[in-house]
Design a protein around this ligand. Sequence first.
Ligand code: ADP
Ligand code: ASP
Ligand code: MG
Length: 404
Amino acid sequence: MLIVQKYGGSSVANPERIRNVANRIVKARNEGHDLVIVVSAMGDTTDDLISLMKQVSNNPSEREKDMLLSTGEQVSIALLSMAIKDLGCDVVSLTGAQVGIKTTNIHTKAKIASVNEQRLQLELDQGNVVVVAGFQGVDDDNNITTLGRGGSDTTAVALAVALKADLCEIYTDVDGVYTADPRVVPEASKLPSISYDEMLELASLGAQVLHPRSVELAKLYGVTLQVRSSFNFTVGTVVQEGSKMEKDLMVTGVTQDTNTAKIGLFNIPVKKRIAFKIFGALSSANINVDIIVQSAAHNNVKDMSFTIARSDLQKALRIIEWLQPEIGFAGYTHDEDVAKVSIVGAGMISNSGVATMMFEALADNDISIEMITTSEIKVSCIIKDSDAAKAVKVIHEKFQLDQI
Ligand code: ADP
Ligand code: ASP
Ligand code: MG
């Protein structure tokens, strides 16, 4: 079989863990599999690089940020390849550019546009295990780009698609996808399988175990994903099309997303094209707007609030300040101390009252809701950041997700 395996930062956090991963890879190789390995930067390396950057510059260019952040993965591919070679196995390490991972030119949030599988195939044909740097690629002008935090998962799925691999295994520090982050809710249950749609919602709403774009690509090309632990050999969670058990559940999982910030605009004159101007300017700056709430017009003015990623807040505020004279709203506020809690489940389609149960759990625990948004298979509430973990726990309990 041709297998793409991805090992996350915690799996290669120190020399001992790198040697552990090397052992697992060589074991799979000795079982006769062709292997492409994608690795993340060691442990907290990417966070450390970001804090280093902040000590040097207040407003670094996005291009140089990518130049810096991509170095973490280059360290881990080299070290892992050395450890594999020491076990007597032929191996070669390759950067994103060397594998021909072409991306869009949106620095720090690039999307993979194509993969040139020739080099990979050549190395596989020569009997090598190929170790590829996750999270990085190059744009059309050969500038190094990165795929957004957690993006190595997406590298793995993209390589699995390009090579038509039989399987894509995501090795991390938990042994599967749980009904909530097991670090927040120790009673959370492991899901034996989950559908692409539900996994995509969970990942997009803050379950960091998989990068949302990796699930999107897997669904698009029908790649079966397996989420497993690199610390043991237990069976993980399979992410694949429609799985019966999840359909019987009203709610499959609860998430929290603390990378959230809220902006409020007051006394916006009621005129044509206002929403287009505000959200057009934000989207031109590659800022994704999430929840939008508008008040009814009163005396020809209205209020509007919306949420964005907290990491985009400073950029968004500069745009809002710049728009104020043109649009003529009276003022604006921002709040970084908010979080989004969400429930996800395909079973919601056929069960009314699911949202009400979530609101009840929050109300019973004195957690006030600032904004609400729903779709067919999810309900999200914006609440105070400091309430997020408690909210996830009480919602998890309300839906008895520890008992599945
Ligand atoms: P890696 O470095 O291997 O990519 P991540 O830290 O990105 O690992 O993702 C794994 C972490 O995701 C786990 O340690 C866990 O705390 C967190 N997590 C959040 N939600 C979930 C969930 N629903 N199921 C499993 N893990 C989750
Ligand atoms: N090293 C990158 C990060 O920390 C990419 C990844 O781990 O997937 O976000
Ligand atoms: Mg990750």
